[in-house]
Design a protein around this ligand. Structure first.
Ligand code: FES
Ligand SMILES: [Fe+2]
Length: 458
């Protein structure tokens, strides 16, 4: 349970709000690179942290992120012309009176004023710097004098063939979506089906990496996992501890990277981020992107998780694209009551839409003063505590230090989710880190960080 005031702090993200100030101190996904496929192409509307913006790729290939309303009298620059300007410049020209702005927000042409006028030198549009990495256009929306370095999760050196990013809109507060991502207990309920208990043991229910197929059974077998949370410099990692049918200890380890990213547990390990970016107080994007190649020379896990089970593949995700919302609240997420009665716990066919059903059905912003939290909510509580601490500290002191920023020993490329059955005496906190022998054997430890660290903006 949260106080109404703390709930407000956590969920309000617009300009001038405490949480909005925290989120603006981190480079954040704004849109997919593929949404701006060509120079001088069609602009895209972007609503981010409650601000209406327009993204455009200018003739030189550079991405501008500019206030939607023209500084003159407010027409939407989305309807503007992305074209060359005078003297070799280029940018977005307003359709109303022809004022033109470049990617830095400078007014490069004001043809409606007399040629002798110097007015255009005194007009600027609000823009935010951008940086493309891993198939995503990132931006920094905080004060320029406190700009933090870009966090390289591995995307800066990601091979072209791995640059896969996607986004899916959720019609609820970013915090509700985030809470679902650090709530491992719900996979034993929302995402379960009774038939999983009948999956035969393929011999991998023993210390080591289980098959993906058998993990479905583990979730169904132990439906009240114990949560253990381990604080780290970037947030925390936590384990959902379950007893397997053969009496072993299965740990599902998920990374939480402050303020809004997770790397979900997977066999043998996962480096794909699930980053929840607020559109405004009531909507958010689920961005997913790859951060590194995942060598798995031993073939741990066998066939992929979603080659088993009764569910549709998560989200109908497509490389580089916006995942369509085929399951909506208006249609009750296409819930099939007969399937729910006989086959699956939720009755919703699509795995991710099962999550959307529960998080969106709380309403746009749930009143957390009405909650009754249990032991399974331990990671959610820890996440909220960290967010509240940062929001209050920054509100008190704009120079307060924030967590999970680049610094000595902070290598964001070494974060991995993992899923394993523990050997006798094995410490789960080590699993999936660079110190995990399995990571070393797989050749997955990244090379040393380049010096200096990757610079922001391009
Ligand atoms: S409103 Fe944009 S130029 Fe007039
Ligand atoms: Fe889920």
């Amino acid at each position: 349970m949260l106080s109404t005031n703390d709930n407000e702090i956590l969920t309000r993200v617009g300009p001038g709000t405490p949480m909005g100030a925290v989120l603006r101190r981190y480079w954040t996904p704004a849109l997919l690179s593929d949404e701006l496929p060509e120079p001088a192409g069609v602009p895209v509307r972007v609503r981010l942290l409650g601000e209406d913006l327009v993204a455009f790729r200018d003739r030189t290939g550079r991405v501008g992120l500019i206030q939607e309303n023209c500084p003159h009298r407010g027409a939407s620059l989305y309807f503007g012309r992305n074209e060359d300007g005078p003297g070799g410049t280029c940018g977005l020209r307003c359709p109303y009176h022809g004022w033109q702005f470049d990617a830095d927000g400078r007014c490069i042409d004001m043809p409606s004023e007399p040629p002798t006028s110097s007015f255009k030198e005194r007009v600027t549009a609000r823009t935010y710097p951008t940086h493309e990495s891993g198939g995503i256009v990132w931006t920094y929306m905080g004060p320029p004098d406190t700009m933090t370095p870009f966090r390289d999760f591995g995307t800066e050196s990601l091979p072209e063939d791995l640059r896969v990013a996607a986004k899916l809109q959720c019609y609820c507060s970013w915090l509700q979506t985030m809470e679902g991502n650090v709530d491992t207990a719900h996979i034993s309920w929302l995402h379960s089906w009774p038939g999983a208990n009948d999956i035969t043991d393929d011999g991998s229910d023993k210390p080591g990496y289980p098959s993906n197929r058998l993990t479905w059974k583990f979730w169904a077998h132990d439906r009240a996992p114990r949560l253990e949370v381990h604080d780290t410099w970037y947030g925390f990692r936590y384990a959902g501890v379950r007893e397997t049918p053969n009496g072993h200890t299965n740990v599902r380890i998920t990374e939480y990277i402050f303020p809004y990213s997770t790397i979900i547990a997977a066999v043998p390990y996962n480096t794909s981020h699930l980053m929840v970016v607020p559109i405004d107080d009531h909507n958010c994007w689920r961005f997913t992107f790859e951060s590194s190649r995942m060598p798995n020379p031993a073939g741990h896990g066998g066939d992929p998780l979603f080659s088993f089970g009764p569910f549709a593949r998560p989200g109908g995700r497509r490389p580089g694209g916006i995942t369509p919302r085929n399951y909506l609240a208006e249609a009750d997420y296409n819930i099939d009551r007969e399937v729910q009665r006989t086959t699956t716990f939720s009755g919703v066919a699509d795995f991710v839409s099962q999550d959307l059903m529960v998080t969106e059905s709380m309403g746009p912003i749930y009143d957390r003063s009405q909650e009754r939290l249990g032991t399974i909510d331990k990671a959610i509580i820890r996440m909220r505590q960290g967010l509240l601490r940062a929001a209050k500290a920054l509100a008190d002191d704009p120079s307060a230090p924030l967590p999970a920023l680049p610094g000595p020993g902070h290598d964001f490329r070494s974060l991995r989710g993992t899923d394993k059955i523990l050997e006798d005496g094995e410490d789960w906190r080590l699993l999936g880190t660079d110190d995990d022998p399995a990571i070393r054997e797989a050749g997955a430890v990244p090379p040393p960080l380049p010096e200096p660290q990757p610079s922001a903006g391009d």
